[in-house]
Design a protein. Structure first.
Length: 274
């Protein structure tokens, strides 16, 4: 396990964990387990409770910058372009550390057992502009566009290189898709039970899981993922998402919520247990 807090155009909270289930347990621990269990089998949006009834207290956002040296600039985009798939994890971590030495950033690399990277960040402007198209059933688009809107990306480290195709690659993708949907569903339900709206993009369709049908999509190879710290490799015949450390050995999914970055369950991601 390891965690790091970086700053690009917006602060990020990044946590490495052995499995996606570890991240789910962190979010679920903030609401009664029986509630999560009852709702995890439902595909409908859970009516959120008030923040007071959930027993949460929002802390000051000043904690985000305490004890960290934060710099500006599109850090992750630079790193993604600097690390190519053939260079491997070790080179990716090396580039991260070298970049950190120039910027003053604090970087802690994932351990050998860490197979999940969980990133929480404020939604970039490029995605805010198209938020209503992705989630047309939202009635408070203006407040979400101008106010709190957080994106949580869940990157699973893969055994296979996702830039190619084989039966083993396809089998692993299907397995990781199922794990992502199950995990993202529980995380969203946990946030809903804390009084917030939350939904995630189904990687298989590029559409919201809980929301109404829409023609707008956000697949993992969408160029807009660059604003979330990833790169997109164009292989000619297809495109593949590129992770800053794991290269193309990654399966990435995203969820959206109006829960602010200051919310304890998000801020305390760095304290999540395996």
């Amino acid at each position: 396990m390891a965690s790091r807090l970086l700053s690009t155009s917006c602060p990020k909270i990044i946590k490495y964990l052995p499995t996606l289930e570890s991240a789910v347990r962190h979010f679920s621990s903030y609401v009664p387990q029986d509630v999560v269990g009852q709702l995890s089998n439902s595909s409908s949006v859970v009516k959120p409770r008030s923040l007071e009834s959930a027993g949460e207290t929002v802390r000051s956002s000043s904690a985000l910058g305490e004890a960290w040296s934060l710099t500006s600039g599109d850090v992750d985009s630079v790193l993604c372009r600097a690390v190519r798939p053939s260079q491997g994890v070790e080179v990716g971590v090396s580039v991260l550390q070298q970049f950190a030495s120039f910027t003053g950033q604090v970087v802690v690399k994932p351990t050998a057992v860490d197979c999940l990277e969980c990133i929480a960040q404020q939604c970039p402007i490029t995605l805010r502009r198209e938020f209503q198209e992705l989630f047309p059933d939202r009635t408070d688009e203006k407040s979400l566009t101008c106010g709190d809107l957080t994106v949580i990306t869940l990157s699973q480290h893969t055994k296979n290189d996702m830039s190619g195709w084989s039966e083993s690659v396809e089998a692993e993708r299907e397995d990781l898709l199922a794990k992502f949907i199950a995990g993202a569903k529980e995380i969203c339900i946990s946030l809903q039970q804390l009084g917030y709206w939350a939904d995630f993009i189904d990687p298989s369709s590029g559409m919201p899981f809980f929301g109404v049908h829409t023609n707008a999509t956000l697949f993992e190879t969408d160029e807009r993922y660059k604003s979330l710290g990833f790169d997109i490799d164009d292989l000619g015949c297809c495109k593949v998402i590129h992770h800053a450390i794991w290269g193309t050995n990654a399966y990435v999914g995203s969820l959206f919520t109006d829960a602010p970055m200051q919310l304890p369950v998000i801020q305390q991601l760095t304290q999540a247990a395996a």
